[in-house]
Write a protein that binds this ligand. Structure first.
Ligand code: ATP
Length: 198
């Protein structure tokens, strides 16, 4: 029986790192972030809808989405975020469903991972059999964000505070992967989870 796991976690907790470990162990990875960028690629139906809803000034001169400008708008305007999600969400869900279907029917992979930062927030849990949550203490999360994105502690904290709390996310999770320690430790945790699961 092929199983579909939704992998999620707060900003910079280590989802991508866990996903890479699982890929090496033999899982098929569906990257929701990559899919969400694909659905709004230059010339796509979603991008045309975005331009007609928000205006052509949300496109760059080369016809691509101005992600920075769009991001700034939806970060500060929840109505705009709802409108944007209405355009993109169904297309993202359909693509993820297609990839799940394809990997179930046409591949030898037994474990399919849907790697999605907003798995819970965007109701993508309906697409998966169970949820694995990657966590890290807030202090470590802040340090990793500051280092990776070259931003201040205050900005890092703002990004964390704009997300659903880890306590809320825990309610959906079947497994919690604590990534507050070293990469070596994380590798061990994920490997033992994989062994148990297979
Ligand atoms: P986001 O959702 O914000 O894209 P993410 O949850 O996918 O992030 P990663 O990109 O995997 O997180 O990790 C965030 C940063 O922290 C990366 O620079 C990564 O190399 C680093 N990192 C992850 N785990 C560890 C660890 N155990 N020790 C040290 N650094 C780590």
């Amino acid at each position: 029986m092929k199983k579909v796991i939704g992998l999620t976690g707060g900003i910079a907790c280590g989802k991508t790192t866990v996903s890479n470990i699982l890929k090496k162990l033999g899982a098929f990875i569906i990257d929701a972030d990559k899919i969400s960028r694909e659905v709004v690629k230059k010339g796509s139906p979603a991008l045309r809808e975005i331009a007609s809803e928000f205006g052509d000034n949300y496109l760059l001169t080369n016809g691509e989405l101005n992600r920075k400008k769009m991001g700034e708008l939806v970060f500060s305007d929840s109505e705009a975020l709802t409108k944007l999600n209405k355009i993109t969400h169904p297309k993202i869900v359909a693509k993820i469903q297609n990839e799940i279907k394809w990997s179930k029917e046409n591949s030898n992979y037994h474990v399919i991972i849907v790697d999605a930062a907003l798995l819970i927030e965007n109701n993508l849990t309906e697409l998966v059999d169970e949820v694995w949550l990657v966590t890290a203490s807030e202090h470590i999360q802040i340090n990793r964000i500051m280092k990776r994105d070259s931003i201040t502690e205050q900005e890092a904290k703002l990004r964390i505070d704009s997300q659903m709390t880890v306590e809320e996310k825990r309610k959906f999770a079947c497994n919690i992967i604590d990534n507050s320690a070293s990469l070596e430790r994380l590798n061990k945790i994920v490997k033992s989870l994989w062994q148990e699961f297979k």
